[in-house]
Design a protein around this ligand. Structure first.
Ligand code: NI
Length: 206
């Protein structure tokens, strides 16, 4: 009975295809970062990620600035606050060490420390705080709305958390590496190995 045999073959084939599709969905094979997929490559020069954008803030000397003031210079952008007990001082110290390691190579680099706590971090408070770090680091504050807009432009995170004696801020701990055209290139993670961090900074200094 060739017809019956053909039907049986077709049924088995259809069953195999359905089983494969179900397995692919369950195991997430179609996803780039699914199990079994190669680990996701680090963002590269061509990463088309829409991070960064316009901001209107005040620097630690009291000067009104926008992103246009830094165009033409590669940037490291870090969000934090001066009352931060650990992440911010550690990161600013690491950036200070990276700038030292880069020497004059880093002169073209613009490091921006944008406060997520403009209520307490006035320009004067930022100026005082930044005395402990590399003098090339610029602190930015501004209105609550201005800071919120900057956080949003960088797709960063900042949240006020009630704490003993008032409040603390939860915030993105990574450093944004931006090229001279203001385009996002990559992130330096909290406590990233110094050589890896330097390699990322050199990406935008070239
Ligand atoms: Ni912090």
């Amino acid at each position: 009975m060739p017809i019956l045999r053909w039907i049986r073959y077709t049924a088995w084939t259809a069953l195999a295809v359905i089983a494969f599709v179900v397995a692919a969905i369950v195991l997430g094979w179609w996803r780039v970062d699914g199990p079994g997929a190669p680990s996701r490559p680090a963002p590269t020069a061509s990463a088309p990620i829409d991070v960064g954008g316009p901001f209107s803030l005040v620097d630690h000397t009291g000067r009104k600035v926008t992103e246009a003031d830094y165009r033409g210079r590669p940037m490291l952008v870090f969000f934090g606050f001066t009352h931060c007990p650990e992440v911010c001082p550690t990161t600013l110290l690491e950036i200070t060490n990276q700038l030292k390691a880069l020497g004059s190579e880093a002169d073209r680099l613009q490091v921006l420390f944008i406060t997520v706590d403009p209520e307490r971090d006035t320009p004067a408070q930022l100026a005082l705080y930044l005395q402990s770090f590399d003098p090339r680091i610029v602190g930015l504050s501004g209105s609550v709305e201005g800071v919120e807009a900057a956080v949003k432009a960088y797709k960063a995170y900042a949240k006020k958390i009630p704490a003993e004696g008032g409040y603390t801020m939860d915030h993105t701990a990574s450093v944004y590496v931006m090229d001279a055209q203001g385009r996002y290139r990559t992130l330096i993670d909290y406590h990233e190995d110094e050589q890896a961090a330097l390699a990322k900074i050199r990406l935008v200094l070239k």
